[in-house]
Design a protein around this ligand. Structure first.
Ligand code: URP
Ligand code: ZN
Ligand code: ZN
Length: 480
């Protein structure tokens, strides 16, 4: 009879295709058996009445991301990844930034040191803001070869945004080095122009953030970057799609057979532009980019999740404080909306919100929930088949969920280092009661089970979804 390190008994094991009542046997950090009457184990978890889900993968979160001035946002790798684990997430992909005029190799080395405090597994996207010849030809190839297999760039934000020519340079470099590309797509000049006019008119409150960047600035940038990616034949994912018109651009490209993938984030489903207009400076808690939209956009995003246009829902966790001298509140009091830090925290609430509002309210089924929170990001970013599902041989990254557990979100119960949550007071049904990473219980019954440093860097190799189609708009292959 087989023996295991751990058996999770009597739960319903859910993957992106199946729900099956069976036990999970774990040995040496891997899923070793699925079945009934599995034999004995050093430890057992009784999952009667519970769901046994793949650990969540949050492929877009800003954790301890340094800024050029030497500061970082509120969370450390320890606090952010602890928070993630309490929300059922077992692996994060965060960002090693480039500061304009500097390289990417030194930053990545520094970021690896910061990440050594992680309690769950992690990987990095490399942000490129300045595609100099040194960066593209000398620094990027070894970083990709070492497993940093995705590059991010921005089409907005001063001084980070790339021009169209720079976009083509980075896309071509990604193709050459076999890296995937993720994009923050908004039209920089349009936002700059609108912001100047709004502020000159005295319209400076947080609510005008949404007026400065209506959905069309997202739609235009998505359409443009898809065209540029098509020109050079490079698969891409559009980050944080906020609007129906943005999603429709992606759907159109997918309909033409392009390898264009879409991501939205929990906040675009949960909140609308009306939240930016909350009394006092409360609206600043909801200020993120792209801006929050209408309730009709929220329902359209759910529709595009169901259709598969938006295959990944991440948190875009951006841990800026509300209080304190540099917090959103103080800045919103003294300065126009354009100076308020962009982004909202959400690592811990991402999966419970999607479970409660998605599965619980019939908007998506359990299989779609698993797909958008774990399997799809694992496949899209090269973590699959190591992670992202429940099958023999995979890492035992698992969330045991109580689908009936109802909790009201209070920031004081969350584990991030941020002083607020936009989800404060929301009642959510369905929470993880235990989270396992590589077979180790990282969270159970409200307690963390591992020390900082347990998390491991996940190097990512070449995988099918990132490979180009080898189709160009003309007979000329610009890469040869
Ligand atoms: O407002 C946002 N999304 N902040 C985080 C940084 C980014 O743009 O992804
Ligand atoms: Zn972004
Ligand atoms: Zn982001």
């Amino acid at each position: 009879m087989q023996t295991f390190d751990l058996i999770i008994r009597n739960g319903t094991v859910v993957t992106a295709v199946d729900s099956v009542l069976c036990d999970v046997g774990i040995r040496e950090g891997k899923i070793a058996a699925l079945g009934t009457a599995l034999g004995s184990a050093t430890r057992e978890i009784d999952a009667t009445g519970k769901l046994v889900l793949p650990g969540g993968i949050d492929s877009h979160c800003h954790i301890e991301q340094p800024r050029a001035d030497g500061t970082a946002n509120a969370d450390t790798f320890e606090s952010a990844t602890t928070s993630a684990a309490f929300g059922g997430t077992t692996c994060v992909i965060c960002f090693s930034p480039q500061f304009k005029g500097h390289g990417i190799a030194e930053r990545a080395a520094d970021y690896h040191l910061r990440a050594k405090k992680a309690v769950i597994d992690y990987s990095f996207h490399i942000i490129i803001t300045d595609p100099s010849a040194t960066v593209i030809e000398q620094e990027l190839p070894p970083l990709v070869a070492a497993g940093h297999r995705s590059i991010k760039f921005f089409l907005t934000y001063e001084p980070s945004f790339l021009t169209d020519g720079e976009v083509l340079t980075v896309l071509a470099a990604a193709r050459k080095n076999q890296a995937f590309v993720v994009i923050h797509a908004e039209n920089h000049e349009a936002i700059k122009w609108m912001t100047a006019r709004l502020e000159a008119a005295g319209l400076t409150n947080a609510k005008y953030h949404a007026w400065a960047k209506p959905a069309l600035v997202e739609r235009e940038a998505i359409q443009r970057v898809i065209a540029l990616a098509e020109l050079v034949d490079v698969p891409i994912q559009i980050f944080h799609v906020s609007s129906e018109e943005g999603a429709e651009e992606i759907r159109r490209a997918q309909g033409r057979g392009l390898k264009v993938y879409g991501e939205t984030c929990t906040q675009y489903l949960a909140f609308s532009a009306a939240d930016l207009d909350r009394a006092g400076q409360e609206g600043s808690k909801f200020l993120c980019s792209p801006a929050l939209r209408s309730t009709a956009d929220q329902e359209a995003l759910w529709k595009h999740i169901r259709l598969g246009t938006l295959g990944v829902v991440s948190s875009d966790h951006a841990p800026y404080q509300f209080g304190g001298p540099k917090g959103k509140q103080a800045i919103a009091l003294e300065s126009p909306f354009s100076k308020i830090p962009n982004g909202v925290p959400g690592l811990e609430t991402r999966m419970p919100y999607l479970f409660s509002e998605g599965v619980g309210k019939g908007r998506i089924d359990l299989q779609t929930f698993v797909a958008i929170t774990a399997t799809n990001p694992a496949r899209l970013f090269g973590l699959h088949p190591r992670k992202g599902s429940i099958a023999c041989g995979m890492d035992a990254d698992i969330g045991v969920w109580d689908p009936e557990l109802r909790r009201t979100v209070h920031n004081s119960d969350l584990h991030h280092a941020v002083d607020h949550t936009p989800y404060e007071g929301m009642s959510l049904t369905g929470w993880p009661v235990a989270t396992l990473v590589r077979g180790q219980v990282v969270m159970e019954g409200g307690t963390r089970g591992v020390e900082p440093g347990f998390g491991q860097f996940q190097a990512r190799g070449i995988y099918p979804l990132m490979l180009p189609r080898n189709e160009f708009p003309t007979p000329f292959n610009p890469h040869e």
